[in-house]
Design a protein around this ligand. Structure first.
Ligand SMILES: C[S@@+](CC[C@H](N)C(=O)[O-])C[C@H]1O[C@@H](n2cnc3c(N)ncnc32)[C@H](O)[C@@H]1O
Length: 263
């Protein structure tokens, strides 16, 4: 039996473009000439696995995407869209793959948000056991049209980072992402938690840099991220990513109080 439960199948065209773009430049993906990428919980249509494949194949033409879904009816519908490099199968957090091959990347988006916070680490650990050496799990959440998105990168050794990715045009406050944090963090936006400090510091620097809007929201965002660096936040990546409205911080800075990965 697939591990997990059928949940709402809401999905949408272009919804996951921000995380797809991030995966496409990730060293774990680029290191492979024939990456095997899983879209776990693809939902009511084949849209997100097909988009993921077309975005990744621009960088690694021999990419294979396997869409895995726990609802058999959704798998049957998606199979009508199978094509070279994209296949679909029934499964859950156990991530079934032919021949027991390990995945280069498992992307699980808007799946765990419908589960209880208490099961997150257990299911992260289960999914990361299905990664090939050097592979990553990317687990996160976004709004309906993909303008507000966030995800955690997880390896078999534990979580590595939190990334948030926002459409900067007309952005009022970066803490809008608090509504779309991964399940492990969404209930932790409270005093004393790292993610709560991050939301506050982001908003503060965004407001402080409002005059830079004259040069466009990208300049304002880059200055915001530089402000976080100056404050001592362990920001990862370079301004090339910040320009896209992204911010990645080391997991240690936002890990919930009492978080444990186990051994
Ligand atoms: C809200 S949809 C997300 C669709 C798509 N990933 C997106 O972000 O647009 C969540 C889907 O995950 C499926 N799902 C829930 N738990 C699952 C599991 N353990 N394994 C595979 N699919 C699962 C649900 O049946 C549902 O179709």
């Amino acid at each position: 039996m697939p591990i997990g439960s059928v949940t709402r199948g809401t999905t949408g065209t272009n919804r996951l473009r921000r995380v797809d773009r991030w995966i496409a430049q990730h060293p774990a993906f680029l290191a492979q000439s024939e990456p095997l990428v899983v879209d776990l919980g693809f939902g009511a249509s084949a849209t997100t696995p097909l988009e993921l494949h077309s975005r990744l194949a621009r960088h690694r033409p021999a990419t294979s995407v396997v869409g895995i879904e726990i609802d058999p009816a959704r798998v049957a519908v998606a199979r009508l869209s199978e094509r070279a490099g994209v296949s679909f199968r029934l499964g859950g957090f156990e991530v079934p793959l032919d021949g027991g091959r390990g995945a280069t990347v498992i992307r699980a988006f808007n799946v765990l948000r419908q589960y209880d916070e208490a099961v997150v680490v257990e299911q992260w650990r289960r999914m990361t056991r299905r990664l090939a050496p050097g592979g990553i799990l990317v687990e996160g959440t976004c709004d309906e049209i993909g303008r507000v998105s966030s995800w955690v990168e997880v390896t078999p050794a534990g979580p590595v980072s939190l990334t948030i990715s926002l459409r900067l045009t007309d952005l009022v406050a970066p803490s809008i992402v608090a509504e779309r944090l991964p399940k492990v963090l969404i209930h932790r936006n409270v005093t004393g938690e790292g993610v709560h400090r991050l939301m506050g510091d982001l908003d503060r620097h965004w407001q402080r840099n409002a005059p830079l809007s004259t040069y466009g929201p990208r300049q304002r965002w880059i200055a915001t991220v530089r402000g976080l660096v100056a404050d001592g936040w362990p920001v990862l990546g370079t301004a090339a990513r910040w320009r896209l409205g992204e911010l990645t911080v080391a997991w240690t800075a936002v890990a919930p109080l009492g978080f444990g990965w186990g051994d």
